[in-house]
Design a protein around this ligand. Structure first.
Ligand code: TYM
Length: 334
């Protein structure tokens, strides 16, 4: 039996190289071997105040980026979360088995809430909605970057609690799948913080998937490094900038540590390193931008694909949420 895979991405902010190397590239790579659900999680984006027009534009734009990046709707189910009502319903049902303390412990909640003037209830509840996403499809695997690992572990705890309260084996217990390389791409302007959508508007922070080749080269040229000239992988905090560039190169080329270091054995300093890294990045992501522009010219086709994806997702998610209701004691409509 094929493994079921579920993963999601928020439509707000600029999709960047970290999202690509930490998640999307791996979604594309294994889509033929497994049963895949890839979800544009617009309900999650609402947990931080959004401009409605921006959210609306970015949701469809992200769908086009994912298709341009190689997500094939004939091999997987690509859909918008709010198109499948079972997600919001599952979140409510799971809220009623999730202790508050589990949510208050989440590091992403703590990080994000200090940045908000007023913290919305949805932000605290974010991981429960995410648990619903995953559990509705009985996903075995959840391919994500390092920052989402804690949320997938919480999903396992929620599933186990539901199973022990109501019915052993009801939910499949999912596994986070974190890539060996690229799971935590750091900011180019500050290699001590992870590359993030919410900072991607800041000049030089990120390579955005829709940047043109010159912008990509400029951002990588400006990347913060150190005052040395040795090009090798390193865990030392002061060498984090060079390490990050090597990680990007390794994740894109698929080479081993030794092969990557050999590629740079004759490099003349960090200038050479940046030029070579920029070239592999441009080569791998420039085609995405070209295909994206093509797809935006066919909005009706994009909508058709998304409607088909939602339809496919509903055939799994709706009966599952109905079963949840039933075993929790709710009366289903006759
Ligand atoms: P989001 O939209 O923040 O990010 C999408 C994916 O990109 C990964 N990622 C990174 N990987 C490497 N380096 C980085 N700097 C970096 N930044 C982000 C994230 O780990 C993620 O895999 N909560 C999720 C969306 C979600 C979801 C789900 C994921 C909702 N429901 C169910 C899996 C399953 C999020 O906000 O991702």
């Amino acid at each position: 039996m094929k493994k079921v895979v579920f993963s999601g991405i928020q439509p707000t902010g600029n999709i960047h190289l970290g999202n690509y190397l930490g998640a999307v590239k791996n979604w594309v790579a294994q889509q033929a071997e497994k049963v895949n659900y890839f979800c544009i999680v617009d309900l999650h984006s609402l947990t931080i105040p959004q401009d409605p027009a921006d959210l609306h534009f970015q949701t469809r734009s992200l769908a086009a980026v994912l298709l341009a990046a190689g997500i094939n709707p004939d091999k997987c189910t690509l859909f918008i979360q709010s198109h499948v009502a079972a997600h919001a319903e599952a979140a409510w049902l799971l809220n009623c088995v999730t202790p508050l303390g589990w949510l208050q412990r989440m590091t992403q909640f703590k990080d994000k809430s200090v940045k908000q003037e007023s913290v919305l209830t949805g932000l605290l509840d974010y991981p429960v909605l995410m648990a619903g996403d995953i559990l509705l499809y009985d996903a075995h695997e959840v391919p994500v970057g390092e920052d989402q690992k804690q949320h997938v572990e919480l999903t396992r705890d929620i599933a186990q609690r539901f199973n022990s309260l109501y019915e052993q084996g009801f939910f499949t217990i999912p596994q986070p799948v974190i890539p060996e390389v690229g799971a935590r791409i750091m900011g180019l302007d500050d290699p001590t913080v992870k590359m993030s959508k919410s900072l991607a508007h800041i000049r030089g922070h990120a390579v955005r998937l829709l940047d043109d080749p010159d912008e990509i080269r400029r951002s990588i040229k400006r990347a913060v490094t150190d005052s040395g000239n040795e090009i090798r992988f390193s865990e030392e905090p002061e060498r984090a900038g060079v390490n990050n560039l090597l990680v990007i190169y390794k994740a894109i080329t698929g080479k081993s540590v030794a092969e990557v270091e050999a590629d740079f054995a004759n490099a003349r300093g960090y200038g050479d390193l940046k030029t070579r890294v920029a070239e592999v990045v441009v080569e791998s992501i420039a085609p995405i931008r070209q295909r994206y522009e093509q797809l935006l010219k066919e909005p009706a086709e994009l909508d058709r694909l998304l409607a088909r994806g939602a339809e496919q997702a509903r055939t799994v998610a709706t009966p599952k949420v109905d079963q949840m209701k039933e075993i929790m004691g709710l009366v289903l409509p006759a």
